[in-house]
Design a protein around this ligand. Structure first.
Ligand code: ADP
Ligand code: GLC
Length: 474
């Protein structure tokens, strides 16, 4: 069996968030199971594409209304990723530094999707499964099953994985002329609330829908940014498959980015070394527990509450702690968080920006990681934390609920709170400080969490099983 993943992001080529980590790892683990799969993504003009060599696999062009753009499909020369990586180069549209955030994102991703399908169309051996990720590739299931030009691909099952239903990529029907020709009486299949909605279109047209955790699938039926009814209606073809992590990239024993490697056997000294590195770099006190936040500074992550949560904690006379923030996003939240630097000098610091290396050192050196998310389809940070011996403090939602068990429960190893709320998150930090004081329990939990297996092996099998079912019922 063979399949192809189509995505806007893929680590290490281009990463904005967890989508990249998933698409960068899942195919590698699927290939280990005997499946043959690869990834196709846009060719961005970024650090990775500048530093690596590619070979031209196919040349063509793609039309958008009256405009025609040249297309090149480039195959990454190196096979070190564990799967073939194809990029779609569309000069004038896709060859920019960032993944998203341009006024013509709609045009960019429609062109990417059409160019990808045109390329697949001329394969002698077409993939047996087309696997799309998020709204950026959400029009593909519709195009495959409805566009006249792709008629010969109509029977290929399509899978949509929803990593985040907040973003749906809606645009008006004025842009319908970008679509390949199809029977216009089927336009309802791409419409939601009078707009063309790529995520809704994918939910309607894909043969199967997956979400990145079982809890998120259930939550979407009551909170999906307007698609609740649709997701409820399509529940029979939907399944939640918990993400894994790439335990080869995220391995504290071999990770080249951390300041000192460690395993469960020398976790005490290894973590201490990374903590000292961070405390030195960010002017923090290594004798106090180190709490960290890593992530996009947006409402979904509960990030606008962080300044108040941190003020409460740093001013609480009953506890002592350090806090380090690594993130970027909403400029107001960035400013609010950075404004605490002077006030709490010596116990608090902020790094505004995106820094992959620093994130690894923080997972390795922190004692606790806070995630007061409002929405968390899966969340990878908590799983990276576990593997690096950092205890997660999470709001129990989505994938956080599926992966973290509170210390008050039998076998529990994390600190959970029910709502995204300043008082609850501040209390959770107080509980964490009490746990830190009880060094015997703290150290034993640290050892326990480093052994939890969240590698992709099991989830890769779950995806393969889903593919098999689709092929059987074809
Ligand atoms: P999301 O995809 O919603 O942002 P995830 O938890 O799935 O959340 O994944 C976030 C990924 O992005 C993790 O690999 C995390 O380490 C990384 N990350 C987020 N913000 C930053 C940052 N500012 N610098 C470095 N890595 C970051
Ligand atoms: C999304 C979600 C995050 C998830 C990631 C990978 O970005 O916000 O929770 O872990 O996708 O699936």
């Amino acid at each position: 069996m063979n399949s192809i993943h189509i995505s806007a992001e893929c680590y290490p080529i281009a990463k904005v968030g967890g989508l990249a980590d998933v698409v960068g790892a899942l195919p590698k683990y699927q290939n280990k199971t005997g499946l043959k799969t690869g990834v196709v993504m846009p060719f961005y003009d970024n650090k990775f594409t500048k530093a690596n060599s590619f070979k031209v696999d196919y040349t063509s062009s793609v039309s958008l209304g009256n405009l025609e753009y040249p297309v090149e499909i480039l195959l990454l020369d190196s096979m070190d990723l564990g799967y073939p990586l194809y990029t779609v180069k569309i000069p004038g549209l896709m060859d920019r530094e960032n993944v998203y955030g341009y006024a013509d994102d709609t045009e960019r991703f429609i062109a990417f999707q059409k160019a990808t399908l045109d390329w697949i169309l001329q394969f002698h051996d077409k993939p047996e499964i087309i696997h799309c990720h998020d709204y950026h590739t959400g029009l593909i299931p519709f195009m495959v099953s409805n566009a006249y030009v792709y008629e010969s691909m109509k029977k290929i099952p399509t899978v949509l994985t929803i990593h985040n239903a907040q973003y749906q990529g809606q645009f008006s029907f004025d842009k319908l002329n970008y679509f390949p020709e199809y029977d216009l009486s089927n336009s309802g299949l791409i419409e939601w609330a009078d707009l063309i909605n790529p995520l809704a279109a994918a939910v309607k047209n894909a043969w199967a829908v997956t979400t990145v955790s079982p809890s998120y699938l259930i939550e979407l039926r009551s909170a999906a940014n307007g698609l609740e009814w649709l997701l409820d209606n399509e529940k029979d073809k939907s399944i939640g498959i918990l993400n894994g992590i790439d335990t080869e990239v995220w391995n504290p024993a071999t990770d080249p980015m951390v300041s000192k490697n460690f395993s469960i056997h020398n976790s005490l000294s290894g973590k201490r070394n990374n903590k000292l590195f961070l405390c030195d770099k960010f002017n923090l006190d290594p004798e106090k527990p180190l709490f960290a936040f890593i992530g996009r500074l947006v409402g979904e992550k509960g990030a606008e509450l962080l300044p108040q949560i941190f003020r409460n904690s740093l001013e609480n006379p009953d506890i002592e702690l350090n806090i380090l923030v690594l993130g970027s996003g909403d400029p107001t939240i960035e400013t609010d968080l950075a404004s605490l630097n002077d006030r709490y000098k010596g116990n608090y610091n902020t790094f505004i920006g995106y820094d992959e290396t620093l994130s690894h050192i923080i997972y390795a050196g922190a004692d606790f990681l806070v995630m007061p998310s409002r929405v968390e389809p899966c969340g990878l940070n908590q799983m990276y934390s576990l593997r690096y011996g950092t205890i997660p403090i999470v709001r129990s939602i989505g994938g956080l609920k599926d992966t973290i068990k509170d210390i008050s429960e039998e076998g529990g190893f994390g600190i959970c709170h029910e709502f995204t709320d300043v008082d609850q998150a501040s209390n959770a930090i107080v509980r964490a400080c009490a746990l830190y004081k009880d060094q015997k329990t703290f150290k034993s939990i640290r050892k326990q969490i480093m052994q939890i297996d969240h590698s992709w092996d099991k989830s890769a099998e779950n995806y393969n099983e889903l593919y098999q079912t689709l092929l059987k019922n074809k």
